[in-house]
Write a protein that binds this ligand. Structure first.
Ligand code: AMP
Ligand code: MG
Length: 497
């Protein structure tokens, strides 16, 4: 596909959210910043969106990314939404520091949102300043792009711009704006916003919008709202299973941070765990461990129950009938999750066929890992090496504090692996395609952010370069695959909002 010369350098906006009724959003432009400076541009993503990358590096382009200039065709707005935060319902949240510039239809025909985050106050800001600090912006950039390389659905990062302004948090910090790209920014909380107002017409319009944009197969269903609910449940079950496979802890699975499109969104105090601990928590604001690693499937189901509640008036005219339909759909979460989770675990173990004992085999390894502080990512990576050469077992053993559990497990795994048709090399390669060597480890992220705050973007750029190829052994980059040394361990992560 070629762009006409007339659109070269422009963003071909094609906005649909701005066509929804006024009460879905507040129209306003971003608030300009003092001294925009482009820190990072995702050229490949720009191209995917049909935007000439070079056009975003000019002063006019950077002004757009900073919110200083509203580009031709943009219809900037802050979206309204509600949400359960740590279990407590807040009837109005909304974009308090983000502005949707508009949408483009990308090279694959997919509609994508272009949103500025940290772009100034909106009617939904409450007491917040509408701004973002450099650290959290670069953090989201790193983690969202790592997700893309891992092949896990997530919002993307198109650019990071320094504002030349300070933001007041616990200390004064350099400010930045992130350009976020999403399949859409509709959340479970968007549905809750209308349900809380008993605005059934608004809900109906939202359902129609989401079905047309994300789940067109539901449009032909006799019960469109039910088909939508089932599709979202399936998408979320698959997504959370993918998180579990890479040791990801979202950290703030509030209903306003759950995308209806089934993408990972809102990378706040999120973290990839190093040593395996099924109830690991990093977030400083999650004192009770509500969003611990092992709670994530349960919390996703809880959030989906909140979505189902909002849809009750549309599921059936009779409330009891509507509840029965919603409950039946929610009952689908567990089988969807279990199927995706178990299939992914089998692949991680190098098993392409399915045997009844596989889930027990996987659990036994996880159990051994939990008991001896083994690094989640490296165990699976080294297991791939061990599939091809028995000597690989020594390195694997080195990851466990005590290897008794592993030693008991390995013969069981080898026996099971021998029943697979593929040869050892093919098994290793298949395992390496699903078990990353490189994840955004907390200590590496912190190191990159600290350097960036001191004005050195080198470590940040190096890190995103390594994380762009997570499944390849990268000679010379071994340091990025290693768990933290004791003095490097990050105990807590922060939202930084
Ligand atoms: P989050 O924890 O990032 O999901 O945000 C929860 C809510 O707080 C959303 O409505 C955000 O828009 C809002 N919010 C977070 N940080 C800020 C900020 N610095 N200024 C204004 N609103 C904010
Ligand atoms: Mg949020």
């Amino acid at each position: 596909m070629t762009l006409g010369t007339e659109t070269r350098g422009a963003i071909a906006f094609d906005n649909s959210y701005a066509r929804l009724p006024d009460r879905f959003y507040a129209r306003l432009a971003p608030t300009p910043v003092a001294a925009p400076r482009l820190l990072q541009l995702n050229r490949a993503l720009a191209q995917e969106l049909g935007i000439e990358p070079q056009s975003l590096t000019t002063p006019e382009g950077v002004a757009v990314l900073a919110g200083n200039r509203t580009p031709e065709g943009a219809e900037p707005l802050a979206q309204a939404y509600a949400g359960h935060q740590f279990g407590n319902f807040v009837p109005q949240l909304g974009d308090g520091r983000a502005i949707l510039l508009g949408e483009v239809v990308d090279r694959n025909g997919v509609r994508r949102d272009i949103q500025l985050k940290g772009s100034g106050p909106t009617p939904f800001s409450r007491r917040g300043d509408g701004r973002a600090a450099l650290g959290p912006v670069l953090r989201e950039y790193i983690v969202s792009e790592a997700f893309a390389a891992l092949g896990i659905p997530a919002t993307r990062s198109l650019a990071a711009v320094a504002t030349g302004e300070a933001v007041a948090r616990e200390t004064m910090l350099p400010g930045a704006v992130l350009t976020r790209i999403a399949s859409s920014h509709v959340r479970v909380g968007t549905f809750q916003f209308f349900a809380a107002r008993q605005d059934t017409e608004g809900l109906r319009a939202l359902v129609d919008y989401v079905v047309a944009r994300h789940y067109p197969q539901a449009a032909g269903s006799a019960n469109v709202a039910l088909a939508l609910l089932e599709a979202v449940i399936a998408a979320q079950a698959r997504l959370v299973a993918r998180w579990m496979h890479v040791g990801f802890i979202h950290g703030v699975m509030n209903t306003d941070n759950m995308s209806i499109a089934g993408e990972t969104i809102d990378f706040g105090p999120c973290a990839f765990m190093d040593h395996f601990d099924p109830m690991k928590v990093y977030s400083s604001i999650d004192a009770r461990g509500r969003y611990a690693y092992g709670n994530q499937p349960r919390i996703a189901a809880w959030n989906l129950a909140r979505l189902a509640e909002t849809l009750l008036p549309l599921l059936a005219p009779d409330q009891q009938a509507a509840i029965a339909l919603g409950q039946a759909a929610l009952d689908g979460f567990k089988p969807h999750f279990d199927a995706a989770y178990q299939a992914g675990l089998r692949a991680k173990l190098g098993l392409s066929s399915e045997a009844e004992s596989d889930s027990e085999l996987a659990d036994a390894l996880l159990e051994a890992m939990a008991q001896s502080g083994a690094d989640f990512t490296l165990v699976f990576r080294k297991l791939g090496d061990a599939a091809a050469m028995p000597a690989g077992e020594d390195e694997l053993r080195g990851l466990f504090n005590t290897s008794a559990g592993l030693d008991a497990w390995l013969p069981r795994w080898r026996e099971r692996l021998s029943r697979e048709g593929d040869g050892p090399e093919a098994q290793r390669d298949a395992m390496h395609r699903v078990n990353p060597a490189f994840i955004p480890r907390n200590h590496l992220v912190e190191e990159a952010l600290a350097a960036a705050e001191g004005g050195d973007l080198g470590p940040f750029e190096m890190l995103i370069g390594v994380l762009a190829r997570p499944f390849e052994d990268q000679p010379g980059k071994a340091r990025y695959a290693l768990p933290p040394k004791p003095e490097e361990v990050v105990q807590q992560t922060f939202c930084g909002t």
